[in-house]
Design a protein around this ligand. Sequence first.
Ligand SMILES: CCCCCCCCCCCCCCCCCCCCCCCCCC(=O)SCCNC(=O)CCNC(=O)[C@H](O)C(C)(C)COP(=O)(O)OP(=O)(O)OC[C@H]1O[C@@H](n2cnc3c(N)ncnc32)[C@H](O)[C@@H]1OP(=O)(O)O
Ligand SMILES: Cc1cc2nc3c(=O)[nH]c(=O)nc-3n(C[C@H](O)[C@H](O)[C@H](O)COP(=O)(O)OP(=O)(O)OC[C@H]3O[C@@H](n4cnc5c(N)ncnc54)[C@H](O)[C@@H]3O)c2cc1C
Length: 645
Amino acid sequence: MDGVVDHLADERNKAQFDVEEMKIVWAGSRHVFELSDRIARLVASDPVFRKDNRATLSRKDLFKNTLRKAAHAWKRIIELRLSEEEASKLRFYVDEAAFTDLHWGMFVPAIKGQATEEQQQKWLPLAYKMQIIGCYAQTELGHGSNVQGLETTATFDPQTDEFDIHSPTLTSSKWWPGGLGKVSTHAVVYARLITDGQEHGVHGFIVQLRSLDDHLPLPGITIGDIGMKFGNGAYNTMDNGVTRNGKCVRSNVPRQLIYGTMVFVRQTIVSDASCALSRAVCIATRYSAVRRQFGSQNGGVETQVIDYKTQQNRLFPLLAAAYAFRFVGEWLKWLYTDVTQRLQANDFSTLPEAHACTAGLKSLTTTFTADAIEECRKLCGGHGYLCSSGLPELFAVYVPACTYEGDNVVLLLQVARFLMKTVSQLGSEKKPVGTTAYMGRVEHLMQCRCSVQKAEDWLNPNTILEAFEARTARMSVAVAQKLAQFANPEEGFLELSPNLVEASVAHCQLIVVSKFIEKLQQDIPGKGVKELLGMLCNIYALNILHKHLGDFLSTGSITPKQGSLANDQLRSLYSQVRPNAIALVDAFNYTDHYLGSVLGRYDGNVYPKLYEEAWKDPLNDSVVPDGYHEYIRPLLKNQLRNARL
Ligand SMILES: CCCCCCCCCCCCCCCCCCCCCCCCCC(=O)SCCNC(=O)CCNC(=O)[C@H](O)C(C)(C)COP(=O)(O)OP(=O)(O)OC[C@H]1O[C@@H](n2cnc3c(N)ncnc32)[C@H](O)[C@@H]1OP(=O)(O)O
Ligand SMILES: Cc1cc2nc3c(=O)[nH]c(=O)nc-3n(C[C@H](O)[C@H](O)[C@H](O)COP(=O)(O)OP(=O)(O)OC[C@H]3O[C@@H](n4cnc5c(N)ncnc54)[C@H](O)[C@@H]3O)c2cc1C
């Protein structure tokens, strides 16, 4: 072991909590921890799942490599008889976006959530065995956010008992669906249903796209890939497709609830946010402990950059957010399961709240995570810009999460509609429940005063909660009052949309804070585990308070002095978390294979490995580069001649 490796070992020894118990909290249960650990090792030890060459492969090689991995993954799943839970962990640790995500993550759920019993019996067994491969074809060239604006039509022909799926214009081509471009044999296609010349809105139809014999598109269907996307490697492992259909396809009318799949996927995206965020934070934290700049005295060692308060102020709120998103993700999964059970019993009462929560939290967590990955890259200085840091690819793969499954601003506007409806119903029979229950205390929240007098008062969870509730209630009521001044509410909604989005963000941040606080009320075993989580919860909340001080002050929810005390408390919390930082990222239990980062290596042996990685670049295959004789040598010769003249 060299000095760097010893250095991280020292860091680990500093931890003041039981890291093994924290691993269980992070995983959700001992069962999930053990299962994840086993599958992570299985993937890491399998050479087919190698991924360190992605940035240098051509698009075609990259894509073929992904097909190979997907086929190998499926083979292993069958051979090892993996359960659904294990298979899904395997996909997670393989860490490569592929058509299988859309097959399992959207096609199958769409059939389960929207098809009739009879349709399910026909399609699900085929899909489960991957005898057909499906995708989710909703978005068109002309419309993504505006689902009601989709142009593709599905016209019922009573003569043939078939639906004619038709894209009448260029803009009605299905554009973006993952897996559609090159792989899928089937799709759930969203189209406007027309029967007897009457329109019945947008519905999903199962459509066969390609022959199951030779994979050629069926007659009347034109399909291809939409082209290279952001970043080398990254999301280019995925074929995103364009298709135009013009031929009759047999199907049946699915039931209502076409939005159900989006609610499901948004919920999974919130859980995924904590994974991507924790991964970036793990890299930046370990590297910040390895990296030293300035501060040496009398020839001694320099300061670890993690000891700079500015580094902590940028990094530790991201670490805290990773834990916060983990817990809100757990809660959202529970909410989704609950609403699904209710829907099955024809109880639609909690669907609007589930929609608002999944839409809002998807927006909040993905926006934060995408920004945080970029911040982690900067936290790693120049080396963060190298592909071998793992951060550029992580960013490129992650950032479309701000757009897909609902543009993040469009989703916040949905939350705003829900909030405004809640405010307008205050004082009526209908009492706000669930995540808007706090609105039931609106009279108190409009005039309450924050009691903080010294920095430590900010450690009281009730004080934090009330400040967040007062801020959100006051912002929501203020914008609702402005809305009421418009004769036409829709016009008012458009005009005030920036304020509405801000109120929605405040509401979603309150949900995350309150779910973290609820988590801390549970029995959490392990020396120091609960204490550390308490610190992270306070960092998460007080950092938001600091970043959004304008909201808290302008609504009078806290005073300027209290804002300044919150900041003092934050600095003190950073000092308390500092010795635990490496152990807190170790608790994610990520293998080096999964992290895919020289900077984030478990052993901290960064410099020799960076040097080694650099030599692997294809550009270093030869000492004199290709092109020297054509372009460099003549240039040099000319210069030489000019110099002589
Ligand atoms: C190599 C490895 C191999 C390994 C192999 C392993 C093998 C396998 C192993 C197994 C592995 C497993 C792996 C799985 C992995 C991954 C997961 C998935 C991946 C994800 C990838 C992501 C892909 C991304 C996919 C996509 O991107 S897919 C496209 C998504 N597109 C959008 O998201 C459009 C946004 N736009 C809208 O969501 C709306 O359109 C709009 C604007 C809201 C309305 O707009 P508006 O028109 O105003 O409204 P209306 O529609 O009229 O609705 C009006 C009324 O309905 C209400 N309401 C609107 N919504 C909803 C709603 N949801 N729910 C409920 N209500 C709603 C609204 O509240 C209003 O209620 P009211 O107020 O009336 O009471
Ligand atoms: C990597 C990736 C994978 C995808 N996979 C799939 C898939 O598998 N299947 C599928 O069907 N689709 C898929 N999509 C499409 C995706 O769902 C849409 O791109 C997304 O819903 C956003 O819609 P849009 O592109 O029409 O954006 P637009 O709506 O055109 O957004 C453009 C801008 O307009 C703003 N805007 C739009 N409407 C409003 C409004 N009402 N008020 C204020 N501002 C507004 C937005 O905030 C944004 O800034 C994928 C997209 C990506 C990037």
